[in-house]
Design a protein around this ligand. Structure first.
Ligand code: ZN
Ligand code: ZN
Length: 610
């Protein structure tokens, strides 16, 4: 075979990802001895190995080359990027200058891409200024990568100014800019840019929707999705479907999630690993754990994400023993657990008070799997100790863990002290929390109650001052409910919402009935200094109650009411929802900022510990 024929065939292998044929070609080249004479052939081999995902082969060949040119470097950078080794791309970049070479537009684009994936803004900015000084400074492809990099680093203004300089704006750079706006919360700019595009493709819509999802703006993501469907754009691409399923998961929008699940089945995408993973996660987060298990069990291929989703899902729904047995199956299947898996496992132990098992899992994570525990793992372990009444263990762990414990961690231990009636340790923990300067109103209330319980009135009045200041900048509480046809959002204390009179009437009825059954509003959850009656009125308008009442009015009798709240639910609402579940005989699931609460017949799955 001739030299040029090898070149052509290698390029085909790179393009269509044929690693086996590529390797055979390499062997032939070595046999004939062409590898010593052609730099171009070597570069093509590196390019082929990189694009076929054989990074090691690419690196070996690259290291053995007696001489390298710009194309060799460009190929090895691409090979690392393709293998998600972006850090490595950046670390070998300076060596290129040692070969006496300056980057061209291909190299600039690769380096910027690596910076984008790592959010390595500092290096990215340096490369940007090198690019501007270079003779390639007009290259639109590099500019397009820069737009993407600044967008991913959360600097939409920088992205915009590079974007404005691009002469021929194609769909790639426009999509990068749209996504940049969307993920920085600039909804209107994102939509306007998309509307102005003369031609739109799936990529632009995907950019908008996934940008919203990344920004946590799930409602808008779903809105856009539904709107585009109405316009007749074919949105059935596995990536966008999994994005939307993810949005449904976060909003607990089970009905829409189910609709998309049907679409997935219709299109045969259930064999796509990441679509199935998204569905398992969605059903688990929407508290339909049985359906999550069904999908999981029917998956032909499962990776660590699939196993972790199902384990975390079961743990959150109190199915601790099952979660632990799935873990055994996971190990048997030869899948290596990751950090998140262990969060789920320790959480599961915490739910059923398996202290010894939790400790041994924590140890196994470090020793058997060489994973380093994060603050979240320590928090789960602390939760396990606190819930089961091992307060000394909890305090010891808190004092010796390698992380600076944050407010939530101290507050959790304090709450455990209160629950287990350990006033002495309670005051000790409270003092640590007070020094930290608590920002969350619920930890202030906890502190105040602890000091009041110990008769330390001076501290109580100090806290009251602190709380009044906090109330001003507080994030407004809201709750979302999926009534089967649509998502409705309720804001705390807001006067204008759908079916206002009916909701008010229903909540009043519940109030009368609850008081007959012994309910006394716990106004310690109201921070303002005001009359008792006014405090009770404030509690009345907490968003989760409005949402639940709306759910009872609007959903099919007997169905489960599912609400998602952005903040932690307060103790009084928790009591009220328990009452409502027993009065109405309805199952109510509230997912707050911390955990799931399954209210059923007057009880909650969290055992009043959250
Ligand atoms: Zn409340
Ligand atoms: Zn609960």
């Amino acid at each position: 075979m001739q030299h040029f024929q090898f070149l052509h065939q290698l390029q085909q292998c790179a393009k269509f990802h044929f690693p086996i044929i590529g390797k055979k070609l390499h062997a032939q080249i070595i046999k004939i001895g062409l590898n010593n004479c052609s730099l171009r052939l070597c570069n093509n081999l590196i390019d082929m190995y990189g694009k076929c995902g054989l990074l090691d082969n690419a690196v070996q060949l690259f290291d053995e080359m007696p001489q390298r040119d710009l194309a060799s470097w460009a190929s090895i950078f691409t090979a690392h990027n393709e293998a998600n080794q972006h850090k490595k791309t950046l670390s070998i970049f300076p060596n290129m200058f040692l070969d006496g070479l300056l980057p061209d537009h291909f190299v600039f684009a690769s380096i910027v891409k690596a910076c984008a994936n790592l959010s390595a803004l500092k290096v990215g900015k340096q490369v940007h200024s090198q690019f501007l000084k270079s003779s390639f400074s007009r290259d639109d492809v590099v500019k397009s990568s820069l737009v993407d990099m600044y967008a991913k680093c959360g600097l939409p203004d920088n992205a915009k100014s590079v974007f404005d300089e691009i002469l021929f704006k194609n769909l790639i750079c426009s999509s990068a800019m749209i996504s940049g706006h969307a993920r920085c919360g600039r909804k209107n700019e994102a939509i306007e840019l998309l509307r102005k595009l003369p031609v739109k493709n799936l990529q632009c819509w995907t950019a908008l929707i996934s940008g919203f999802v990344q920004n946590g703006n799930f409602l808008d993501a779903i809105d856009v999705f539904l709107e585009v469907r109405k316009e007749g754009v074919d949105m059935w691409d596995p990536f966008i479907l999994s994005s939307i399923v993810g949005a449904c998961a976060n909003l607990a929008a089970l009905q829409l999630g189910k609709q998309i699940h049907r679409v997935v089945l219709g299109l045969g995408y259930e064999s796509s690993l990441f679509v199935s993973n998204a569905l398992v996660d969605m059903y688990a987060k929407c508290s339909d754990i049985d359906e999550a298990k069904k999908i999981f069990d029917s998956m032909l291929k499962r990776d660590v994400v699939s196993w972790t989703s199902i384990i975390v899902g079961m743990a959150q729904h109190g199915q601790a023993i099952e979660a632990l047995s799935y873990y055994d199956d996971m190990i048997l299947a030869g899948i290596k657990p990751n950090e998140v898996t262990f969060v789920g496992l320790i959480y599961a132990c915490s739910h059923v008070g398996l202290v010894t098992k939790g400790k041994s899992l924590f140890k196994s994570m470090i020793e058997d799997f060489k994973l380093s525990p994060s603050l979240q793992h320590y928090t789960c372990l602390l939760d396990l100790f606190s819930r089961s009444g091992h307060l000394e263990d909890a305090e010891n762990l808190l004092n010796k863990m390698p992380f600076q414990p944050d407010e939530a961690v101290w507050a959790a231990l304090l709450s455990a002290c209160k629950k287990h009636g350990n006033t002495k340790m309670g005051v000790r923990v409270a003092n640590r929390l007070l020094i930290l300067g608590p920002k969350d109103p619920s930890s202030c209330i906890l502190l105040s109650n602890t000091y009041a319980g110990a008769g330390l009135w001076e501290n109580v009045s100090k806290l009251r001052k602190l709380m009044e200041n906090l109330e001003v900048g507080k994030e407004p509480g809201y709750s979302c409910i999926d009534s089967g046809k649509e998502l409705t959002t309720f804001y705390a204390g807001e006067a204008c919402y759908p079916m206002k009179d009916e909701i008010f009437g229903l909540l009043n009825e519940f109030d009368c009935e609850m008081r007959k059954r012994g309910y006394v509003p716990d106004t310690t959850f109201v921070l303002h200094d005001m009359e008792q009656q006014e405090k009770e009125r404030q509690l009345f308008w907490h968003s989760e109650r409005l949402a639940v009442a709306y759910g009872i009015l609007r959903t099919v009798p007997g169905s489960v009411i599912r609400v998602v709240k952005n903040l932690r639910t307060c103790g009084d609402c928790h009591t009220v929802l328990k009452f409502i579940s027993s009065i109405t005989g309805r199952e109510i699931v509230v997912r707050d900022a911390n955990r799931f609460h399954h209210f059923d017949d007057g009880r909650c799955s969290c055992n009043d510990f959250w």
